[in-house]
Ligand binder design. Structure first.
Ligand code: F0G
Length: 428
């Protein structure tokens, strides 16, 4: 349409726009999808597997390895322009010990907290920033509960762009705030919540000519599709029964579903997994809408898992479409269930931030309800690193989190600097 092989299409009314037009919504206000003509895509399992042994940075990236499905610009152009810093290629852990506790033996955990800035956001951001460069933008912005902003600040810095961040004051984990400041982004703390920040950033980007890098940006979604691709490749293309992940602004489940449908279309996989989206009970607009079969109604979000403390998710329509296509389900879990699941994930040595562990709490609930069978093969996604939010870890183990019973507390022990005292403690 304008020299690139993809175009944009409205999720609501189907209107088409050129692939590199600077817009995030249709004239009808619906969100946009990137649509590719996959009939000519010649990607195979063999090509993708051979790239694992390559030294080309594009092949080694867990996003750009799948470039024909992500941003098909051709290798020469991508080698010049891709804003990559080794994202993806995260571990898929055999988590059968946790599986035994939650009632499903064949459990795997994909640790997206092992990305360069410690969350899955790097996969969408490498693509979003690359498109910003293609469009000739010099400044980028996002609203965030912390991980998107940490990622954007880093990718903007490596691309010599200005980063502008809107965060809800006092409501994001310290590790994430420190990343935004460290990477040099202009960081504005809003007296309000994420949903307020999201509304503001959209207006600012429109009026100031700044490129918006929230997951309403369809190219962020294109990059995040790679999580699903990598899970399939990790499992040697043997499709699991379930992929389970947390839902906040609902970009990630949208991306995983879209990506897997495309992988099926080109014949690299031969069936689809089911998908389960887990929300915090205090931030559950998708769960409520899904259970009632209605459009989304925004809620005032409240949860200890600040990453998913979102009451008015922008990508809900796309999200529901993907869940339906993958015969999926939506569930919710309490903050206490999230924190207990987190203590479990941490205690086996894997570790993740609270929102990530909604995944494991959700699997436990779905197994107990008979939705996930005990013999099924389940891949859960851990979206962020344990070190993003150390305060919450220490407070949990000190049993100092308000409203939370610390069922797995491992409190630190104070001792005098006396060898006999210490021996007594150790032998207790
Ligand atoms: N897990 C973590 C650790 C997150 O940071 C987020 C979202 C999600 C899950 C939910 O993903 O929004 O695609 O449904 N964090 C965003 C942010 C909102 O600003 O960092 P989603």
């Amino acid at each position: 349409m304008d020299g690139v092989s993809w175009h944009l299409a409205c999720v609501r009314c189907g209107e088409n726009y050129p692939g590199l037009e600077l817009r995030y919504r249709c004239d009808c206000s619906g969100t946009l999808d990137v649509i590719q003509d996959l009939s000519k895509c010649e990607l195979t399992r063999e090509i993708l597997d051979s790239r694992m042994a390559s030294k080309n940075p594009l092949d080694r990236s867990g996003v750009w390895r799948f470039r024909e499905l992500i941003l098909p610009l051709g290798d020469e152009e991508l080698e010049k322009i891709a804003a990559a810093r080794g994202e993806g290629t995260t571990n898929l852990y055999d988590a059968s010990t946790i599986g035994t506790e939650v009632g499903v033996e064949n459990l795997w955990l994909k640790h997206e907290g092992e990305n360069p800035t410690g969350s899955f956001k790097d996969r969408g951001m490498t693509v979003g920033i690359t498109v910003a460069k293609l469009l000739g933008m010099s400044a980028v912005a996002c609203a965030s509960t912390g991980n998107t902003s940490a990622s954007m600040a880093s990718y903007a810095a490596i691309s010599s762009m200005d980063g502008l961040i809107f965060i809800p004051e006092g409501k994001i984990a310290f590790g994430k705030l420190s990343q935004a400041l460290a990477y040099g982004a202009k960081t504005i703390q809003i007296e309000g919540d994420f949903d307020d920040a999201m509304a503001l950033v959209q207006e600012i980007c429109d009026s100031e000519g700044i490129y918006l890098l929230n997951s309403i940006n369809p190219f962020r979604i294109e990059g995040q599709k790679a999580i699903g691709y990598e899970i399939m490749q990790d499992l040697d293309w043997q499709v699991p029964d379930w992929i389970v992940l947390p839902g906040g602004n609902l970009g990630n489940n949208t991306a995983v579903a879209k990506g897997l449908l495309e992988l099926l279309e080109i014949g690299v996989i031969d069936r689809l997994p089911r998908i389960a989206v887990v929300q915090a009970a205090g931030a559950n607009p998708l769960y409520t809408a899904w259970s009632k079969g209605t459009d989304i109604q925004s809620v005032k979000a409240e949860t200890i898992a600040t990453a998913i403390k979102i009451g008015n998710p922008v990508s809900w329509r796309k999200s529901m479409r993907g869940i339906t296509a993958l015969d999926g389900v939506v569930t919710e879990v309490t903050d206490n269930q999230i924190m207990d699941a987190k203590a479990l994930v941490d205690s086996v040595g894997i570790g993740a931030e609270p929102a990530s562990c909604a995944t494991v709490a959700g699997i436990k609930r779905l197994v107990a309800e008979g939705v996930i069978g005990p013999d099924e093969k389940v891949v859960g996604m851990l979206t962020g690193n344990l070190l993003k939010d150390p305060d919450i870890v220490v407070n949990y183990h000190m049993s100092e989190l308000e409203g939370i019973e610390s069922h797995r507390a491992n409190a630190p022990i104070s001792a005098s600097a006396n060898i006999d005292d210490i021996r007594r403690i150790i032998r207790q």
